[in-house]
Ligand binder design. Structure first.
Ligand SMILES: CC(C)(COP(=O)(O)OP(=O)(O)OC[C@H]1O[C@@H](n2cnc3c(N)ncnc32)[C@H](O)[C@@H]1OP(=O)(O)O)[C@@H](O)C(=O)NCCC(=O)NCCS
Length: 170
């Protein structure tokens, strides 16, 4: 289903949002959201690999109930389980649906699930100039613990390494 501006303008959340594991039929819209969200989006087959083949990967989507009752995927989070650390591989919300708490709910669900899976901490890289994402992560308690110089290939921007420990429990 395509995402229309009319849907974006309608009253949202409050029971209309479902965070659920990603499914194969979500690949198209997830790839679209990724492309709208990053200057270096993942290759077309990357989400398929994470979903179907990477046993250490966990993927959730945010699905919004449309006016017709049909769900629309508007956000995605991918986490890699690395020993006892949850690595946030990607997190994105469709541009028309931001600032409604969707990333917060995706992150909350993922971190709680990772805690139940035995993960003790979470880590991620974020562009030094991505203040929106950093603000989101700080609200969860993530702290900057390091910097990778010129980490991003497109503009040689630094990456900040942020970690959270312990993880929030359900
Ligand atoms: C970062 C991103 C995932 C946030 O998604 P979202 O659904 O809009 O986030 P939320 O609505 O849950 O925001 C939670 C809080 O984060 C902070 N925040 C989010 N977007 C912000 C922005 N553009 N500017 C400042 N603060 C922001 C705010 O504190 C916000 O709370 P508030 O709306 O009550 O002020 C989204 O902007 C996105 O997809 N960006 C492009 C991809 C990206 O940068 N991903 C992160 C890679 S590390």
């Amino acid at each position: 289903m395509s995402l229309s501006q009319a849907d974006a303008a309608s009253p949202l959340l409050n029971g209309n949002l479902l965070i659920r594991p990603m499914r194969i039929e979500d690949l198209g819209i997830v790839h679209e959201i990724d492309g709208l969200s990053f200057s270096l989006p993942w290759p077309a087959n990357a989400f398929r690999y994470e979903l179907m083949e990477n046993k250490n990967s966990r993927l959730w989507v945010a699905e919004l109930a449309g006016q017709d009752g049909v769900g629309m995927v508007v956000g995605v989070i991918v986490v890699w389980l690395v020993v006892d650390e949850a690595h946030i591989a990607t997190l994105a919300v469709h541009p028309d649906y931001r600032r409604r708490g969707i990333a917060t709910q995706l992150l909350q669900t993922a971190l709680q699930a990772c805690a139940r899976l035995g993960m003790r901490s979470a880590t991620l890289e974020v562009r030094a100039g991505n203040l929106a994402a950093q603000t989101l992560y700080r609200r969860f308690g993530f702290e900057v613990v390091g910097r990778r110089r010129a980490y991003y290939q497109d503009n040689h921007e630094d990456a900040l390494i942020m970690t959270l420990s312990p993880l929030p429990c359900a």
